[in-house]
Design a protein around this ligand. Structure first.
Ligand code: G
Ligand code: G
Ligand code: MN
Ligand code: NA
Length: 253
């Protein structure tokens, strides 16, 4: 468990870095990347997000951390677009704390403008539980951001409990199926059934589906058979630093 002090220091000393995990189409070309924060403490080395994101949320420091990740993602997306290296999107995780702020949508749009980032080059990942707190405000932000052209996805889908009625109210592009369901998709049983149902439902609503946590060839085969649109997981690549992401792009485009 981290202290608030060490988090403050890490922000001041710029100990955070953004890594990028590729997201592939069914045909195995890279359609997006998920931006994931990494903290390297000079003495203790790598500290996983699970060990500091909860504290960052409790202390409100997640607002600064989230802002850092969004700036990096916008800068990177603009750079890749300008260089003609990549025309897909970078997905950024949004915490419930950020989404609950009155100025959230304004700040996001302002950041894109600052880097002249094409709106469709950024996706915001929101969990079902982040929507629960103040659904009205969250819906308002997401509608505005979507109208601006930013992509919106529901992260860890299936683990929270958003009603279908509420999901329909949101302007979304993508559902990301939580890896807990993807784990069991290769064998016949409830997980495969659930994944199949999520995909049919998403397609009925006009949404694309990303399977997260794809680790085996058998899972990939099963997901293709269920018409899953996009795939992400260690089978393809771990989250990697920018230079390695560019290497993956040069191999795949
Ligand atoms: O990268 P890793 O799988 O270790 O991430 C663990 C958890 O931390 C995941 O739930 C992921 O969504 C979260 N996380 C990683 N980067 C960010 C970030 O930039 N912002 C927020 N809010 N959560 C993040
Ligand atoms: O909650 P969220 O979906 O944002 O979590 C993203 C996290 O999932 C990242 O920290 C990433 O390291 C992790 N992740 C990505 N692919 C895989 C995978 O194939 N298996 C496992 N176990 N974790 C993964
Ligand atoms: Mn995510
Ligand atoms: Na997820």
């Amino acid at each position: 468990i981290e202290s608030e002090r060490s988090l403050h220091r890490a922000i001041e000393h710029r100990e955070f870095q953004v890594h990028y995990q590729p997201i592939y189409s069914g045909g195995c070309s890279i359609v997006g990347f998920e931006a994931l924060i990494r903290w390297t403490d000079p003495l203790r080395g790598n500290i996983p997000p699970n060990q500091f994101i909860p504290l960052a949320e409790e202390t409100g420091l997640i607002v600064q951390i989230g802002s850092f990740v969004l700036h990096e993602a916008c800068r990177q997306a603009s750079d890749w677009h300008r260089r003609g290296l990549f025309r897909g999107h970078i997905a950024v995780n949004v915490s419930s704390i950020e989404l609950a702020r009155q100025d959230f949508a304004d700040v996001v749009i302002f950041t894109l403008q600052q880097y002249q980032t094409p709106p469709q080059a950024i996706e915001l990942e929101v969990t079902e539980s982040a929507l629960l707190h103040d659904f009205q405000l969250a819906e308002h932000h997401l509608r505005r951001l979507h109208e601006y052209g930013i992509r919106i996805s529901i992260d860890d889908f299936g683990t929270g409990y958003s009603s279908l009625g509420r999901l329909r109210q949101l302007t979304l592009d993508t559902l990301k199926i939580d890896r807990i369901f993807v784990e069991g998709v290769a064998t016949e049983g409830p997980d495969r059934t659930v994944v199949g149902l999520i995909i049919s439902m998403a397609h009925t609503l006009g949404l694309e589906v990303v399977a997260e946590g794809v680790e085996t060839e058998n899972q990939l085969v099963a997901l293709r058979a269920l018409a899953c649109d996009q795939l992400q997981g260690f089978l393809f690549s771990r989250p990697v630093p920018k230079d390695q992401a560019e290497f993956l792009l040069s191999r795949h485009v």
